[in-house]
Design a protein around this ligand. Structure first.
Ligand SMILES: Cc1ncc(COP(=O)(O)O)c(C=O)c1O
Length: 463
């Protein structure tokens, strides 16, 4: 039976424990089995949304098509919890798809946004805040000598590709199957995220001529990359990759893989673009490039850099970035680039992360390990085939007994079983990312009680 997770006066994690005289497990049983969730307002809103938005959504994976059921409509969020329009509360494991590393409505970010908004939400002119955020970014990513702020990860990756092509004077680019770098035409080839979720090979509306220079290769396969460079010496502008894949579910790079890509690109004069939109400030404060000791030519950022507001950035070696207008011939621009609200939220978020780096990353790593491994152990007890991939506070439970190291092995998972698990967890007040091909995220707001609650929910869901 479906169940209700909030607004509960007792027992739910974060509300301060169970009612007097009753064990926590009694409370969980009560919460997990005996209080049906109502979704009547969400259902009504979904019907209205379908009249105005294709699929009822403004971004495809939100529609729950691959997991089934209707998505709850969110009314507000705080810390680790989302609250829907029907008053239900959910433990949030997708964190706005990555940005909310400090939890929702983090007080100093909220205050900074409020304060900035009072001085106007946009100027279209330079501000000191842009420099302040840039300085913080450089502290975390020393490889970024110069950068540009944009309004999304899509823009960051699209612009990085353009500047790589402009700098090298080459056309071909290499990306990897299952990696997602936003929805710009050239990068929508064998992409992850919604493209993988909906099982479409690419996107209609992208002319073949637009992607004829995009080479999509299997992830974690250095030989395929070597072969591509041997076939086109001096023609490949860049490799772009997710250093830890999140958009095919979580997949770590094999030992030596990133180093191999660095060596091959250097030898050929191609650029290495590390897309840290998801991993930046997430797997370490300095992203995956710090975790694996890789020095890219260009880096793309998004999500956390804007503290949950629309913001992205791309940057790297100064001689490459100096190709951008007005210094050079590569054009790139944006009305809302460096938006003051996004800068304020980004500064508040990064300042907190920098100040508390050691404690924060140790905490979210530990919490994520408990959750990821805890559910894996329950699945083992229940005989459910599950492969758990985790890097820091990103993780995925793949419904397969086999190792997952690239898109094909991820796609061999039982997505129907994932959908059932997703619905069962949602019914129990735990909101996982609505696709097998997305990473789950943990924030500093997730507590030990939340871990225990999640494991209890999984025990019941996997039954
Ligand atoms: C690795 C990566 N790159 C780029 C993007 C695109 O970012 P945005 O959705 O902000 O356009 C995403 C989005 O999920 C991503 O995960």
């Amino acid at each position: 039976m479906a169940c209700r997770s909030g607004p509960i006066a007792f027992g739910h994690p974060g509300t301060g424990g169970g009612p007097a005289g009753r064990s926590e497990s009694f409370v969980w049983r009560f919460i997990l089995h005996e209080m049906p969730l109502s979704h009547s307002r969400s259902h009504l809103l979904q019907q209205k949304a379908e009249a105005v938005f294709p699929g009822g959504v403004n971004s495809p994976v939100r529609a729950f098509r691959s997991v089934g059921g209707e998505p709850p409509f969110v009314a507000r969020a705080e810390g680790a919890y989302l609250y829907d329009e029907d008053g239900n509360r959910y433990l949030d494991y997708f964190g706005s798809w990555g940005p909310m590393i400090l939890g929702h409505a983090f007080p100093s970010a909220v205050e900074a946004i409020r304060e900035a908004a009072g001085r106007s939400s946009s100027y279209g002119a330079s501000t000191a805040a842009e420099q302040n955020l840039a300085t913080l970014v450089q502290r975390c990513f020393p490889s970024v000598e110069k950068m540009r702020f944009v309004s999304s990860g899509t823009e960051a990756c699209m612009s990085a590709i353009r500047v790589a092509r402009g700098f090298t004077g080459r056309n071909f680019i290499i990306k990897f199957e299952g990696c997602y770098h936003g929805h710009s035409d050239a990068l929508l080839v064998k992409a992850g995220s919604g493209i993988a979720t909906l099982g479409i090979p690419g996107s209609a509306g992208v002319p073949a001529e637009t992607v004829m220079h995009t080479l999509a290769l299997p992830y974690n396969d250095l030989e395929a990359v070597k072969a591509a460079f041997e076939a086109r010496p001096g023609e490949i502008a860049c490799i772009i990759l997710e250093p830890v894949v999140g958009n095919a579910g979580t997949i770590a790079p094999a030992p030596g893989y990133l180093e191999g890509l660095r060596e091959i690109t250097r030898k050929d004069g191609a650029l290495l673009i590390i897309d840290e939109v998801m991993t930046g400030f997430r797997v370490t404060l300095g992203g995956a490039q710090r975790l694996y000791g890789i020095d890219p030519d260009l880096t793309t950022l998004g999500k956390i850099v804007g503290g949950g507001l629309p913001c992205g950035a791309f940057g790297g070696r100064a001689e490459i970035m100096n190709c951008l207008a007005p210094l050079g011939p590569v054009y790139q621009a944006g009305t809302l680039s460096g938006n003051p609200l996004a800068m304020a939220a980004g500064i508040a978020t990064l300042e907190h992360l920098i100040r508390n780096e050691e404690a924060i990353y140790a905490q979210i790593d530990r919490t994520t390990q408990q959750i990821a491994d805890g559910v894996a152990a329950i699945a083992r007890e229940r005989g459910v085939p599950l492969t758990t991939n985790r890097v820091g506070s990103m993780f995925t439970w793949f419904f397969t007994a086999n190792p997952v190291y690239d898109y094909d092995t991820a796609a061999a998972s039982d997505t129907v079983a994932f959908g059932r698990f997703h619905r069962a967890m949602l019914d129990r007040g735990v909101w996982l990312p609505a696709s097998q091909f997305e990473a789950a995220f943990v924030s500093t707001a997730h507590t030990q009680q939340d871990v225990d609650f999640t494991l209890e929910a999984a025990r019941s869901a996997l039954a």
